[in-house]
Design a binder for this molecule. Structure first.
Ligand code: PEP
Length: 253
C-alpha cells in the first residue's frame, strides 16, 4: 500500500493568542488536497493545544511538541502522555534536535519517550538527524542509524511512527538539503529499517524530511521516491504552509 504523504507543522515556541487564531483561520480557509492524499498535522506550543484543537478544521490533526518519558507525577514543568491522550491530542513530536542538543536528550531517553507515548496510544513523529560536523566527518548514516536503532530496540509496532529525517544544519538555517542529499539518507534509512526491523516496516513507514522546507523547494523534494512528506518549522507559521501541503499532489499519477 502506498505511503500517504504527511505534512507536519512545528510551530515551536512561537505565537501569541492572536497569532495562533489567525494562523488557524488561514489553515481553515485553505483549499488543500483531500485526506486520501495528504495527512496534515500541526504542532502548537502546549498552552495553545486545546484551543487549536477546538478551532482547527477536522481534516487536520494536532500534535504536541514533546511529552514526559513516563507516567505523570512529581515532574515540575512536564506534560505527560496521559494528559495528551486525555485531551484527545493524537500526535507528539519526540527527539527533535532542539531537544536533543539544547536539552541534552540522548538516544535512549528519546527511545524511552517514544515507547511510553506509543504505549499510551499516541502517534509519534520521531526525529533523527546529524549535525554539520557529523556530516562533514562522513558520519551521517552512523548517527541516524544509531538514533533509529535506539528506538527499534524498544519498539515492536511501527504502525504509529513517522520518522522525520532532519539534518541539524538545515533546521532554521535556510540551508535546505538538496533533493539528492535528502533522497540518499531517506533511502539508506529505509534500507536500515528493512535489514534491522522488517521489509514490511521499511515499506510502510513514512520517512519525512525537515529542514528549511518552503514553498519554493518543496515540490522538488517531494518528487524524491523516499521522501514521504515534510516536517516544517519556520514556514509552518506562514501562509506558504498551504503550498507545502499541496506538494503532496506531486506523488500522484
Ligand atoms: C523543524 O524545526 O522541525 C524544522 C524543520 O524547522 P525549519 O523548517 O524552520 O528548518
Amino acid at each position: 500500500m502506498a505511503r500517504k504523504f504527511f505534512v507536519g507543522g512545528n510551530w515551536k515556541c512561537n505565537g501569541t493568542l492572536e497569532e495562533v487564531k489567525k494562523l488557524v483561520s488561514t489553515l481553515n480557509a485553505a483549499e488543500v488536497p483531500s485526506e486520501d492524499v495528504v495527512e496534515v498535522v500541526v504542532s502548537p506550543p502546549f498552552v495553545f493545544l486545546a484551543l487549536v484543537k477546538s478551532l482547527l478544521r477536522s481534516d487536520f490533526a494536532v500534535s504536541a511538541q514533546n511529552c514526559w518519558v513516563r507516567k505523570g507525577g512529581a515532574f515540575t514543568g512536564e506534560i505527560s502522555a496521559e494528559m495528551l491522550v486525555n485531551l484527545n491530542i493524537p500526535w507528539v513530536i519526540l527527539g527533535h534536535s532542539e531537544r536533543r542538543l539544547i536539552l541534552k536528550e540522548v538516544n535512549e531517553f528519546v527511545a524511552d519517550k517514544v515507547t511510553y507515548a506509543l504505549g499510551q496510544g499516541l502517534k509519534v513523529i520521531a526525529c533523527v538527524g546529524e549535525t554539520l560536523e557529523q556530516r562533514e566527518a562522513g558520519d551521517t548514516m552512523n548517527v541516524v542509524s544509531e538514533q533509529t536503532k535506539a528506538i527499534a530496540e524498544k519498539v515492536k509496532d511501527w504502525s504509529n511512527i513517522v520518522v522525520a529525517y532532519e539534518p541539524v544544519w538545515a533546521i532554521g538555517t535556510g540551508r535546505v538539503a538538496t533533493p539528492a542529499q535528502a533522497q540518499e539518507v531517506h533511502s539508506e534509512l529505509r534500507n536500515w529499517l528493512k535489514v534491522n526491523v522488517s521489509p514490511e516496516v521499511a515499506e510502510s513507514t513514512r520517512i519525512i524530511y525537515g529542514g528549511s522546507v518552503n514553498a519554493g523547494n518543496c515540490v522538488e523534494l517531494a518528487q524524491q521516491p523516499d521522501v514521504d512528506g515534510f516536517l516544517v518549522g519556520g514556514a509552518s507559521l506562514k501562509a506558504e504552509f498551504v503550498d507545502i501541503i499541496k506538494s503532496a499532489t506531486t506523488k500522484q499519477g
